[in-house]
Design a protein around this ligand. Structure first.
Ligand SMILES: Nc1ncnc2c1ncn2[C@@H]1O[C@H](COP(=O)(O)OP(=O)(O)OP(=O)(O)O)[C@@H](O)[C@H]1O
Ligand SMILES: [Mg+2]
Length: 815
């Protein structure tokens, strides 16, 4: 204007060149992290070209920029074909199994929904194949997936140890669908210091299983939150000892130079002017970019750094800044900043902090008892000041530290009350049909407020809700979380509950014992089951306790105790067995089978109805559970238990356990009664039934024992080989780890017996041995080492014929 007035014209100039906003706008850009971002991109390139999965761990202080560098890497990857899934662990959601992993893939799935039909159809087919019989559980975890693969069959009722394997295998295959040479997958798991144990197990499973290719997992965690006993540390050790090299990126504080560049961009000033200010900021914040941003904006709020309208630039007084106290604790700093917001905005932020890092406007409106429009009005100031951001229909804290600060503003004594209120509102607001889906949120809030629930009725109700939550966590095989819910549930009950709410009290204790068993706390499980055996009143309860105790003792290799439990259970039913029955007792039971069959042929029995009587099913479960122990304690007892299971099935119809009894029957009919034909017919019956009724629980075992006890002796050796292979596949799908290994053992024998080329037999033996070593089945490892030794000896690869050791292998077997 001055030039115009003086000279009647203006020289050309680039528009906006001297614009200097009078509001502090902090740069979004990252400073000084080029090398780290390149090393992430290099890892991605390696995964793309070699296909070998990699794990990169990023660690450093809170606010140092861990999440930011991965976001930056993601931006750089967008033009490539790579897929990116990311999820962040949340301390408030620690008890929700796999919530983070599910969240990561939900985002990915959503991005697929917009693809064309032909493409979606292709994805549908591959995804469906991957999730197989576990589809229901995977869809429950990621409901969006239903939009692609549709409704899923209910999952097979598998024993819990198998369920965990099966679920992890399905998840691994699911991940494998996304991770391919065509489009490698980057999975970012942020804030792993808050990860639950089940998710850490999954992480291990993903990176250590060689069949998963083209997968880059990036994990980030705060070093300060981790001590050597932290589950993450142990998990990383396990992963490393499995042979995977973990790349570590340790983020150091930013340098003074980085701060100078930041100040130049933030305050639009010359570099010379920025140097002294950058030095002060660097000294105060120890080079932490999050602290830097917060501190600078606090200085702006307080007017210690201010825009000078006359000069058109930012100014400050270095002495005042040096004198300004800087709190080391960023939460205190944030609390100070939050305290300047209007009271109602602060109150709303506190409720949001209770709900988690994010919540929908609708939820906030319920919790605050105000309209959604009013929620928006109240929160506007917090959005404007960058405490939270609005994404679609939700509000989210821009950083965990802001949430922590808002949460810490709630007076200690009000915390429980707030959670209780939110929990009760959620119960009221959630229709019963949807309660299961929202169960974790509901229960987590109510449990935190439980100290303020005094009515016995409401405490019983809460125990019931914890039972639902625990069962849901159990189904997704997150046994530690499940255990916490069952334990919390039990703690809300009084002694009266054993009479007034017997089923609830029993269920909570029973599942606690089961979780203890699955989590390896055998002593605790043993004690609890002993206690429960005294509390069990109905036959079904007795059977459930007996079955679990048998499994426990079988696992502990205490076969005599397992047998004693089975016999004790039968005594309750009025059946008196000795652990060492007589031969004539077995003969009598065997004879009954043929009397019951009468003129019918064994093949015709396939048409018998299914067993529906719950008591008989429970007894069948107890009887079949004893086979593995009886195999070692007494041949008559094994025969008696098998024959009784067959008789029970002939009386009441087929249960899935009947199939196991029928294939086992082949073992005793032939060896003990010289009736190989009948044995073969029964084994065939078991096999047909598994297929006809899609009995998944014992499918793999039925196939394997059919091949082992029957087919191998009656048909060409190749027929049993095909069935062992099918058993192996079925066992892999349903997570029956022992059976995968036993199948390999059987296959080794089979290759040798069939006279296959020895090189192929050796390959087969090698594969089996690797599997057994991974599963740490010592006794099978020993057998397999011998099998491999025989093959290598026959091939002339050992020092001399008949010796198993050579340059490559030195044979040591477990004592
Ligand atoms: N190199 C950088 N340059 C400038 N700003 C940065 C840099 N790194 C991080 N920031 C900023 O600092 C803030 C915190 O970064 P970020 O959330 O990535 O930290 P973090 O290490 O993941 O912390 P936490 O452990 O708390 O999750 C973000 O607002 C980000 O924009
Ligand atoms: Mg982070």
């Amino acid at each position: 204007m001055t030039q115009w007035l003086a000279e009647g014209g203006i020289d050309p100039f680039p528009p906006g060149d001297l614009d200097n906003p009078d509001r502090l706008l902090l740069p979004e850009k990252l400073y000084g992290r080029e090398a780290e971002i390149v090393s992430l991109l290099n890892a991605h390139d390696r995964v793309t070209t070699t296909g070998r999965p990699e794990l990169v761990m990023i660690c450093g202080f809170s606010g140092i920029g861990k999440s930011s560098i991965v976001n930056e890497m993601h931006r750089a990857l967008i033009p490539s074909r790579g897929l990116f899934a990311s999820g962040k662990f949340d301390p408030q959601k620690r008890d929700i199994p796999y919530a983070t992993v599910a969240h990561a893939f939900q985002g990915l799935i959503r991005s697929f929904l917009s693809r064309n039909n032909a493409e979606l159809e292709r994805w549908r087919a591959t995804l469906q194949e991957a999730i197989g019989s576990q589809g229901h559980l995977v869809v429950e975890l990621m409901p969006e997936l239903k939009l692609i693969v549709g409704e899923q069959q209910p999952p097979p009722d598998l024993p819990p140890q198998q369920a965990q394997q099966a679920f992890q295998i399905a998840l691994r295959r699911f991940v494998g669908v996304f991770a391919t040479a065509e489009h490698p997958l980057t999975l970012f798991l942020d804030d792993l210091h808050w990860a639950d144990v089940a998710s850490l197990d999954l992480l291990e499973d993903l990176v250590t299983h060689s069949e998963l290719r083209h997968l880059l997992v990036i994990g980030a965690y705060r070093e300060m939150e981790i001590d050597p006993a932290h589950p993450l540390v142990r998990k990383l050790e396990v992963i490393q000892s499995a042979g995977l090299k973990i790349d570590e990126i340790r983020l150091a504080p930013l340098t003074r130079k980085n701060f100078e560049a930041f100040v130049v961009d933030a305050l639009h000033c010359a570099h010379d002017r920025a140097i002294p200010l950058a030095r002060i900021l660097h000294d105060k914040t120890a080079g932490n970019p999050f602290f830097l941003k917060q501190f600078l904006s606090a200085l702006d709020d307080e007017g210690l750094v201010a825009f000078d309208l006359t000069e058109g630039n930012w100014s400050w007084n270095p002495d005042h800044l040096r004198g300004r106290k800087y709190t080391e604790n960023v939460v205190d700093l944030m609390v100070g900043k939050l305290a300047k917001l209007p009271a109602e905005t602060q109150a709303a932020l506190q409720q949001l902090a209770c709900l988690g890092t994010t919540a929908t406007t609708a939820m906030l409106s319920t919790v605050l008892s105000i309209s959604e429009a009013r929620v928006q009005e109240i929160l506007w100031e917090a959005v404007r000041r960058d405490f939270i951001e609005r994404i679609d229909d939700s509000y989210r804290f821009i950083h965990d530290r802001v949430q922590e600060a808002a949460y810490s503003q709630i007076p200690q004594e009000r915390c429980a009350e707030t959670h209780l209120r939110i929990g009760r509102l959620l119960v009221l607001r959630t229709p019963t049909a949807q309660r299961e889906e929202a169960i974790f949120d509901i229960v987590n809030h109510l449990n935190r407020g439980a100290a303020l629930i005094f009515s016995e009725e409401e405490r019983n109700e809460l125990a019931g809700l914890n039972l639902i939550a625990g069962k849901r966590a159990r189904v997704s095989t997150a046994y530690l979380q499940a255990f916490k819910y069952f334990t919390a549930g039990a703690s809300f009950l009084t002694d009266n509950a054993w009479t007034d709410h017997h089923e609830l009290a029993f269920a909570l204790e029973f599942y606690r014992a089961e979780c203890e068993f699955l989590l390896g706390d055998m002593d605790a499980a043993d004690k609890r089951l002993n206690f429960l055996s005294l509390k069990a009143t109905y036959r079904l309860e007795l059977a459930r306790v007996a079955r679990l105790r048998i499994e426990l003792y079988t696992t502990l290799d205490q076969c005599d105790k397992a047998v004693a439990i089975c016999i004790g259970y039968l005594r309750h039913l009025g059946v008196n067995w000795s652990p060492h029955p007589t031969r004539s007792q077995v003969k009598r039971e065997y004879g009954k089978i043929w009397k019951k069959i009468g003129k019918r042929t064994v093949e015709k029995l396939v048409a018998l109805p299914l067993m529906s009587d719950a008591g008989s099913l429970a007894t069948l479960d107890v009887l079949t559970a004893i086979f593995p122990s009886a195999l070692f304690t007494d041949a008559n007892l094994l025969a008696l238990a098998i024959c009784r299971s067959v008789n029970l099935s002939l009386e009441q119809g087929h249960g899935d356990g009947s199939c196991v009894a029928y294939v086992f029957f082949a073992k005793i009919a032939g060896l003990q009664f010289n009736d190989y034909k009948a044995g073969f017919q029964f084994a065939n019956l078991g096999y047909d039934l598994v297929i006809k009724h899609r009995f998944d629980r014992f499918r793999a075992r039925t196939y394997m024992w059919f091949a082992q006890f029957s087919l191998m002796w009656t048909e060409h050796v190749h027929a049993s080989r095909a069935l062992f292979m099918r058993a192996f596949e079925a066992a892999t799908e349903v997570g029956d780890l022992p059976v995968t290994v036993y199948c390999c053992d059987n296959l080794n024998t089979n290759f040798l017996a069939a006279g296959d080329p020895l090189a192929e037999a050796e390959q087969q033996a090698e594969r089996g041995l690797q599997l057994a070593e991974r599963a740490r089945y010592d006794h099978i490892i020993d057998i397999m080492k011998v099998q491999r030794g025989v093959i290598r000896s026959l091939r002339g690869l050992t020092y001399e014929f008949g010796r198993f050791d050579d340059r490559q292998v030195s044979v040591t077997c477990h004592g």
